[in-house]
Design a protein around this ligand. Structure first.
Ligand code: R5P
Length: 317
C-alpha cells in the first residue's frame, strides 16, 4: 500500500535538528504548537491535516527530560486521534536509558517504562541513535530502527587514520564494543580505562589497559552527562603518556559541571553530535557534527519500506 504523505513534526526539544531533517528531505516541517497552560500542563495543537499520513515526530528526551517526554507522548496521542496512518517516534537521544535493569532492590527499570509509554501512546515504530544499551530495542514490541552515529564521526576522523600512532580508548568497560568498532575502522589500537562510579556526578579511574604512550588518542563514549567519565579517562591516558587527546560522544547531555570539566581538561577538542541542541561560543573547543542527514536518509528509507541497515555499509554525505 502506498503511504500517503511523509510529514515531519517536532516537539520543543530539538527543532533545529527536525528542521535539518525536513530540509534534507525537501519537505516543510509540520505545524504543531507546543505551549504551556498557566499551570504548566502541556497545551498542544497540530494545525496540519495528518489523516492517512506517514508521520515522524522528532523529539529527543533530553533535559528537561520529563517535559520533553510528555510532549512526545501527547504528540503521538494527537497524531493517532487525528488518524495518521503510521506514527514513528524519532528519538535522536533516548533519555532514561541508563536505568535498563534492576541492579539493586526496589528500583524501577525506567527504560522499559518509557518504552511502554511510547508504545501505549500509539507509536508504530521508533527511530533512535546510539542507545545507551542496545538491548533497549527489545523493551519495545514495535519495530525499532537503531542507528549509529559512527559514519558521521568516521567521516570526521578519517584524516587522522594515517600513521600507526592512533589509539581509540573506551572510557569504561561498557563502551568497549563501541570503541572497538571505531578502532577497527580507523585501523587504530584499542585501550580501555577502568572506571568506578562513586556518585551520579563523580567517577574514579583505575587502570589504563592497552598501549597509549606517544599515541594520538580518541576517547569515545555514547554520552556525556557530567563529563566525569570522559575527562577522568583523558587524565588517565595523559598520565600514561598519550601525545594528544580528542574526546568524542554522540549525546552531549552536558549537565552540572560538564562544561567546566571539559574546558579545563587537557584535550585538543571534543566532538559531539546535535542529537541534543547546544549553542557553542565561537572558538569553543567543542565541535558539533550534524546527524541530520543520516536521520533524513533513515526516515526516507523507512517511508519507502527500504532497508535501513544499508546506511551503515556506505555513507557519503
Ligand atoms: C556510562 O555508562 C555512559 O556510557 C557514560 O560514560 C556516562 O553516562 C557518562 O556520564 P558522566 O558524563 O556523568 O560521567
Amino acid at each position: 500500500m502506498q503511504r500517503k504523505e511523509l510529514q515531519i513534526f517536532s516537539g520543543n526539544a530539538n527543532r533545529q535538528l527536525a528542521r535539518a531533517i525536513a530540509g534534507h528531505l525537501g519537505v516543510p516541517l509540520g505545524n504543531c504548537d507546543v505551549k504551556r497552560f498557566p499551570d504548566g500542563e502541556i497545551d498542544l495543537k497540530v494545525t496540519d491535516d495528518v489523516r492517512g499520513a506517514d508521520v515522524f515526530i522528532v523529539q529527543s528526551t533530553c533535559p528537561p527530560v520529563n517535559e520533553h517526554l510528555m510532549e512526545l507522548l501527547l504528540m503521538i496521542d494527537t497524531m493517532r486521534r487525528a488518524s495518521a496512518q503510521r506514527i514513528t517516534a524519532v528519538l535522536p537521544y533516548f533519555g532514561y536509558a541508563r536505568k535498563d535493569r534492576k541492579d539493586e532492590g526496589r528500583v524501577p527499570i525506567s527504560a522499559k517504562l518509557v518504552a511502554n509509554l511510547i508504545t501505549t501512546a500509539g507509536a508504530d515504530r521508533v527511530l533512535t541513535i546510539d542507545l545507551h544499551a542496545s538491548q533497549i530495542q527489545g523493551f519495545f514490541d514495535i519495530p525499532v530502527d537503531h542507528l549509529y552515529a559512527k559514519p558521521v564521526f568516521l567521516e570526521h576522523f578519517r584524516k587522522m587514520a594515517e600513521g600507526n600512532d592512533l589509539a581509540v580508548v573506551a572510557p569504561d568497560v561498557g563502551s568497549v564494543k563501541m570503541a572497538r568498532a571505531y578502532a577497527d575502522e580507523l585501523k587504530a589500537g584499542l585501550a580501555i580505562v577502568t572506571k568506578r562510579r562513586i556518585s551520579p556526578t563523580e567517577t574514579e579511574t583505575g587502570h589504563v589497559i592497552g598501549e597509549v604512550k606517544d599515541k594520538r588518542v580518541i576517547i569515545i563514549d555514547d554520552m556525556i552527562s557530567t563529563a566525569g567519565s570522559i575527562c577522568e579517562a583523558a587524565r588517565a591516558v595523559i598520565g600514561k603518556g598519550a601525545s594528544s587527546v580528542i574526546l568524542a560522544a554522540t549525546h552531549a547531555v552536558f549537565c552540572g559541571p560538564a562544561l567546566e570539566r571539559i574546558h579545563s581538561a587537557e584535550i585538543e577538542k571534543l566532538v559531539v553530535t546535535d542529537t541534543i541542541p547546544h549553542v557553542m561560543e565561537p572558538g569553543s573547543r567543542i565541535h558539533v557534527l550534524s546527524i541530520g542527514q543520516l536521520l533524513a536518509r533513515a526516515v526516507q528509507r523507512i517511508h519507502r519500506s527500504e532497508s535501513v541497515s544499508i546506511l551503515f555499509k556506505s555513507f557519503n554525505p
